[in-house]
Design a protein around this ligand. Structure first.
Ligand SMILES: Cc1cc2nc3c(=O)[nH]c(=O)nc-3n(C[C@H](O)[C@H](O)[C@H](O)COP(=O)(O)OP(=O)(O)OC[C@H]3O[C@@H](n4cnc5c(N)ncnc54)[C@H](O)[C@@H]3O)c2cc1C
Length: 429
């Protein structure tokens, strides 16, 4: 295996950087959006489309955050298990969460189509493989509820699974024929261009460092720049939320920023790919420390994604560990070289669903739990509809945001938690 020690992102290669706009110190906006990931850009798109004067402020460059580092799967199922949600919030709310996750994907696909964003959107088949007998039992017991939301889903026996993936390490699984992938960076860059095309301004390399209510507006402090004012502010800072304002500090206490890694392999001949990914172009398993594999948009490479601990070794070491894990389960991947790899962070909440809310004129969304391509796009739009006073702004994700236990927010302990999850996956689940 050949490996470069420096991170080598794959998705943004060859994409033209998004330009920044000129903004005057003290300029007044209808809305200032903080964070230019899918969430912030989606809010900005709807607000500017409806004629509002909008500024998007991004601390880094578009492409640096989680949005361009994702693996590319367009989720329509939340991370939270249906029965766990039902236990916490009741069956109706749990159902609504699952229903809106389906809407979130449909909404994201509509945005991509309506604005002709070239991001290799591909419909494909996904398999969720059960890594143990107990996890297969759980898939079976949750299946009727899943089928009610996603009618084309179907359960697979161990033998049937063999027609979809080149691994005999799994006990069966669930097939979701109507799945989809994108090039995440092409989607984010494209969204940013559409936002600018609707007249919104984008200011990069500029951090929001404070918010101050002034009469019926909010003063937004921008580091090394000055101030702007807005009637509404949207905080879409997700895993990169810091204690910039008292509200941000409160949001920060409700998430853990979880490290995740992606690997893209060398180009492979079709016959090799056919022995790994057969009838399903996206593979995921039921482990708490999820393993994800998909066919790249060009159809010649494999994209792996997984969590690989927090503090042990370099990103290259972790990428190698992910490759080795796939080699153990998919014999045909043995000896396949990794050409690209990178790391990123995504935000999880204590109940594993995203949340949104507002404190007067400051609206926020947080914690997309690894499903942010669709959920951030959707919640950004919901926030915009709320600001616009539209009657379709409601969402189940306005549930109260539960605090995250403090030990789960500490990076060193998060690493230990991931290791514990691995032990759980291996021996108890
Ligand atoms: C390796 C990996 C694989 C993933 N795979 C998938 C996948 O396959 N499918 C999926 O749906 N999701 C996936 N995710 C999760 C997904 O990337 C995120 O959920 C999604 O990008 C979140 O979008 P966002 O707009 O909410 O946040 P982000 O993209 O994180 O955007 C927030 C932005 O806010 C900016 N910011 C923070 N503070 C400030 C401030 N004070 N001032 C100005 N700007 C600020 C940050 O710089 C950042 O750019 C993955 C994540 C990782 C890391």
């Amino acid at each position: 295996m050949t490996a470069h020690e420096e991170e080598r992102p794959y998705w943004a290669a060859g994409l033209e950087p998004v330009e920044s706009d000129a903004v005057a110190d003290g300029e007044a906006f209808d809305a200032v959006v903080v964070g230019a990931g899918y969430g912030g850009l989606s809010a900005a798109l709807e607000l500017s489309r409806q004629g509002m004067k909008v500024l998007v402020v991004e601390a880094r460059r578009i492409g640096d955050g989680a949005s361009s580092r994702a693996a590319g799967s367009l989720a329509n199922v939340p991370k939270a298990r249906l029965h766990e949600l039902a236990r916490s919030y009741g069956g109706e709310t749990a159902d609504a969460v699952y229903r809106e996750a389906v809407l979130a994907r449909a909404h994201t696909e509509r945005i991509i189509a309506d604005h002709a964003i070239g991001c290799d959107l591909r419909r494909c088949t996904r398999v969720m493989a059960a890594h143990s007998d107990r996890s297969m039992q759980r898939l079976r017991s949750e299946f009727p509820a899943m089928k009610a939301r996603i009618p084309e889903a179907r359960l697979l026996s161990r033998e049937e699974l063999g027609a979809f993936i080149g691994s005999d390490a799994y006990r069966g699984g669930m097939l979701v024929p109507d799945s989809a992938t994108v090039n995440p960076a092409a989607y984010q860059f494209g969204l940013a261009r559409v936002v600018r095309g609707h007249g919104a301004k984008v200011l990069q390399d500029t951090r929001m460092t404070g918010l101050k209510p002034v009469a019926d507006r909010v003063e937004v402090e921008l580091e090394a720049f000055g101030k702007v004012t807005a009637a509404h502010v949207v905080l879409a800072t997700n895993a990169e939320t810091a204690s910039d304002t008292p509200l941000s500090a409160q949001l920060l206490r409700s998430i853990a920023a979880v490290p995740a890694f992606c690997v893209v392999t060398e180009k492979l001949p079709p016959e090799r790919i056919a022995g790994i990914i057969k009838g399903a172009q996206i593979f995921g398993d039921t482990r708490k420390v999820l393993n994800y594999m998909a066919l790249s948009p060009c159809g010649t490479r494999l994209v792996y994604s997984a969590r690989a601990g927090f503090s042990e070794g370099s990103t290259a070491d972790k990428a190698r560990r992910i490759v080795a894990a796939f080699e153990r389960r998919f014999p045909e991947t043995r000896g396949v070289a990794m050409e690209f790899f990178w790391s990123g962070r995504f935000a999880i909440t204590a109940d594993l669903i995203p949340h949104t809310g507002n404190d007067d004129r400051v609206h926020w969304m947080i914690g997309c739990c690894g499903t942010g391509i669709t959920m951030s796009t959707y919640l950004g739009h919901r926030i915009a509809r709320r600001i616009l006073g539209a009657d379709d702004a409601e969402t189940v994700f306005r549930l109260p945001l539960p605090p995250m236990p403090s030990w789960q927010r500490r990076p060193a302990l998060l690493g230990a938690a991931i290791r514990l999850h691995r032990v759980y996956d291996r021996y108890m689940n």
